[in-house]
Design a protein around this ligand. Structure first.
Ligand code: TYD
Length: 135
């Protein structure tokens, strides 16, 4: 699998009575954060994601446990394991993404460039490939 799809954004981590990580908007990220969501207690072994976005760009942090993320731009695929709270993964628009190998302990924190909009989702892989080819 090709690796050029993988762009990580590592944020500061402070060791003080445990660990503390922080993200400062545009200082660390290539967009203004409009939305924050988190996924906790995922069903173990179930794949999540399986979609791309027309416009939304996201950074995903695995703040507890681990996740394997597969990214696909319609031509190349790449994957990465996130298992450190400070290591963020950029998921650009028009990137098909799947989150795998999560356990019940896994917590994903996602910072998004857009407000939630169901119309921004491409959930059909064939449609995604059609859109990629059109560009
Ligand atoms: P979805 O993005 O499909 O989750 P995943 O990719 O992890 O499987 O979202 C799951 C459900 O939650 C779906 O019905 C849309 C809803 N949702 C919101 O209402 N607001 C949000 O910000 C997000 C991310 C999802």
């Amino acid at each position: 699998m090709k690796n050029s799809l993988i762009q990580t954004i590592t944020i500061p981590k402070i060791f003080a009575n445990g660990t503390l990580c922080y993200v400062e908007g545009k200082k660390h990220l290539p967009f203004n954060i409009k939305r924050v969501y988190f996924i906790s207690e995922p069903v173990s072994g179930l794949t999540r994601g399986k979609h791309a976005h027309h416009k939304n760009v996201q950074i995903m942090y695995c703040i507890q446990g681990k996740v394997r993320v597969v990214l696909d731009d319609g031509i190349n695929k790449a994957e990465i394991v996130l298992d450190k709270p400070e290591k963020g993964l950029l998921i650009d628009k028009m990137i098909w993404h799947e989150m795998k190998d999560m356990t019940e302990e896994t917590i994903l924190l996602v910072l998004a460039s857009e407000y939630f909009n169901p119309k921004d989702y491409i959930r059909d892989y064939d449609e995604f490939l059609r859109l990629v080819k059109k560009k």
